[in-house]
Design a protein around this ligand. Structure first.
Ligand SMILES: Cc1ncc(COP(=O)(O)O)c(C=O)c1O
Length: 385
């Protein structure tokens, strides 16, 4: 098959991806001077374009960190002091855990999961809706794995019963707040299941909850007070933290294991120190953004109830809300209608979501106003027709 055939097939299935050039200003994005309220970003606390924050950061940046390249992987000369400082800072919030930074959540999941896959006699049990980066980790590592239906605790329990005796180690993979359906994992039940076995480990990705959830902004697990039960906690910094990069919080021996076996850490130039310094700067302020987190919760409730009041069903229990359209072309048309009315929320299609679950996904943020949500409700009603 020729490349042109593949592209034509994607085009005829209304599933061809293109890159739209955008300019961002605060809550808005501009495409060719058309101004739209942005619902497609993950800047849940609206920090990425906060002029005061940016200025404060730049006026205090230490010359040691004023590097736009680390020029090496961390195993060679790229391990600037700021890396270790941020790792110690984050690890201090958790009991019995060390922290290891990666260049991105994608790097981290692929590298750590494929490294764990190479442990002998290991089986992964993965929620059907885990992020592509975790699936790629399984595939890259040639892992033995089984999937369970999304949040189906009965199926997970049955899988554990069937396989726990056959494997030395079982690792359950889930997200804390799911990136596409916007619902929470049933963490308490998963922890309870784990407690019935000696050889079950939990790997939980908090990409969409760190910064945005919890009284201290350190994610769902910490907020629920069960972080010590989780073996691998993943934070990413490109969403509510408004930066770039990611980290895993895990026992010290796993940190050493990943330093030696996680290929994305070993074989990639470490992020520039200036970016690590910015993550550290934001994370040092994370506790103080509580008001923003409260607003985010309120806005999310408001949006959900606005939809329900007009008979529109949606998925999502927090700041990610999805309207299932179930067809590529219809989802694109819907998104187009919203864009024309000044709201940017592109269609999400296969393979980002399962076939038949094509949707419009709204990522909310803490600084949205009630009037903007009401305007969005109106635009949705008009675009649905
Ligand atoms: C659940 C989840 N994990 C990991 C990632 C990847 O993180 P990053 O964007 O830092 O590569 C994403 C990104 O969308 C995600 O949603």
């Amino acid at each position: 098959m020729q490349i042109s055939d593949i592209l034509e097939k994607l085009q005829s299935n209304h599933n061809l991806r293109t890159l739209t050039s955008l300019r961002r200003e605060g809550l808005y994005v501009f495409h060719e001077n058309h101004k739209m309220l942005n619902f497609a970003g993950n800047d849940y606390l609206n920090l990425a374009d906060d002029t005061n924050l940016k200025q404060e950061f730049l006026s205090h940046i230490h010359s040691h960190n004023f590097f736009f390249s680390s020029s090496s992987s961390r195993s060679l000369s790229g391990n600037f002091e700021i890396y270790n400082m941020l790792e110690s800072f984050l690890a201090n919030f958790f009991t019995n855990k060390e922290c290891l930074l990666f260049n991105s959540g994608y790097h981290l999941n692929v590298s750590c999961i494929s490294a764990l896959s190479n442990l002998p006699n290991t089986l992964f049990l993965a929620d059907k809706l885990i992020h592509a980066s975790m699936i790629d980790g399984l595939l890259c590592g040639n892992a033995r794995f089984k999937r369970f239906a999304h949040n189906d605790m009965e199926e997970l329990e049955n899988l554990l019963e069937s396989y726990a005796n056959d494997y030395e180690r079982i690792i359950i993979l889930t997200e804390a707040l799911f990136s596409m359906d916007g619902d929470f994992a049933h963490i308490k039940q998963i922890v309870k299941l784990k407690q019935s076995y000696q050889n079950v480990f939990l790997y939980v990705d908090e990409a969409h909850s760190v910064g945005a959830i919890g009284v201290d902004g350190l994610g769902l697990l910490k907020d629920m007070g069960i972080d010590y039960e989780i073996d691998f906690i993943i934070f990413t910094f490109g969403k509510a933290i408004a930066s770039v990069g990611a980290c895993v919080l895990c026992a010290n021996e796993y940190k050493d294991f990943f330093i030696n076996k996680a290929r994305g850490l070993i074989y990639s130039t470490a992020l520039p120190p200036i970016n690590i310094a910015f993550s550290a700067f934001i994370l040092s302020k994370i506790l103080s953004f509580q008001k923003k987190r409260e607003n985010l919760k309120k806005i999310s409730h408001l949006f959900k109830s606005c939809l329900l009041s007009r008979g529109i069903e949606s998925l999502g229990e927090a700041h990610i809300v999805s309207l299932i359209i179930g067809d590529n072309e219809k989802a694109i048309q819907f998104a187009k209608g919203l864009m024309e009315r000044g709201f940017y929320a592109p269609a999400i299609r296969e393979p980002s979501v399962p076939k038949g679950k094509e949707r419009i996904r709204f990522s909310l943020n803490s600084d949205l106003k009630k009037e903007q949500i009401l305007d969005l409700q109106k635009a949705i009603l008009e675009s649905i027709k």
